[in-house]
Design a protein around this ligand. Sequence first.
Ligand SMILES: Nc1nc2c(ncn2[C@@H]2O[C@H](COP(=O)(O)OP(=O)(O)OP(=O)(O)O)[C@@H](O)[C@H]2O)c(=O)[nH]1
Ligand SMILES: [Mg+2]
Length: 409
Amino acid sequence: MPAKYPLIGVIGKTNVGKSTFFSAATLVQVKIENRPFVTIEPNIGVGYVRTICAHKVFNLTGCMPQNSLCMRGFRFIPVKLMDVAGLIRGAHKGRGLGNKFLDDLRQADVLLHIVDISGSTDEEGNYVGPGKHDPLVDVAVIENEIDEWFYSIISKDWIKLARALDTLPLDKAIDALTQRVSGLSIRREHVIKALRASKLDSVKFASWRDEELRTFSKYLREASKPIVIVANKMDIKEAEDNLKRLIKHYPNRVIVPVSSEYELALRKATKAGLIDYLPGDKDFKILKEDALTPKQKEVLSDIKEFMSKFNGVGVQEALNTAVFKVLNNIVVYPVEDINKLTDSKGNILPDAYLVSKGTKALELAYMVHTDLGKGFLHAVLAKGKRRVGGDYELQDGDVIKIVSTLTHG
Ligand SMILES: Nc1nc2c(ncn2[C@@H]2O[C@H](COP(=O)(O)OP(=O)(O)OP(=O)(O)O)[C@@H](O)[C@H]2O)c(=O)[nH]1
Ligand SMILES: [Mg+2]
């Protein structure tokens, strides 16, 4: 199984800033307007998660990244982002643009739920001005639409499937069920988790009624497509009280305060050479004071103030939270030369792989190349030149050489 980039789905009510967030994270230019249903077809782009680069950890002067980027000692590793059309209440019954377009997110590993925390848009996504709408309502309404979408896929032809599942021992039934939902990027462990959480692991499948099916679908969605709440438009005054209420109301949810608009402005200013800023920084430096218009100066000063208050503008934090905290991914660096930390061509720390916590050295070997896996002998960690076996559990930041009888990978 080759290493795959995590796919992050950007979802939310219409006109809350999904495309602005997407554009800020990927610098792909997309349509952004202050009215509902601007985005119709999905936008796909590449964003990055940020971590300290191993070359810093190993006290090297630099590296030669191939599958990722290194800037100022930070490794930026690609992730895929997908921005889809907006939802409204009743989308699963066909309101607005419906929810069929969510099928584009079948392969998503994690969802970012963009919420207009300033409360500037009503239930239908019309602009009504800050503080006029309660964003807490949106969280419940939109996530219900997501769960309805999931339920409609899982429940399709259920009776027929359930009867077949009941003829199998539980272990095989779980395999068959996983197979059936694999198009939703659902793995066996997700199915097991959902069965346990819904206390349905010893109940005959064919006896599930609508209620059981809904409960199971909800847990399965939570396990396979966890949602991070992005409290967007934090730059608007009214947002702060709403954020406090949101956190109080959802104490167990992962919530990241963000200003997508500020991040987009910072990235554009960086591209234009006006400022020095790396996504995820908590501050920036103005490079060309003279080239700035009074308006630009004013905006940058507002952004600076915001950043010191919120520890940055939040877009990078949202991506990092989704991949590292929620998906529990870690970063590992496969190399060929364990002394120089290079690949066969002499590139220093060329590749940074995102893998799930718990991934074993042998599994990594297969991800790098099937041959490396097939001929696996052992692995060596750069730290302490320690030799480890195939069942060694990789740790975040590991630089590792796979020793294999088949080295032509
Ligand atoms: N103040 C502020 N405005 C924002 C922010 N993010 C987005 N907006 C504004 O919100 C409006 C809607 O932004 P979009 O990114 O088009 O929203 P969307 O969710 O993609 O909308 P649809 O595709 O129509 O569903 C635009 O006017 C943006 O400039 C933010 O962080 N702060
Ligand atoms: Mg949009």
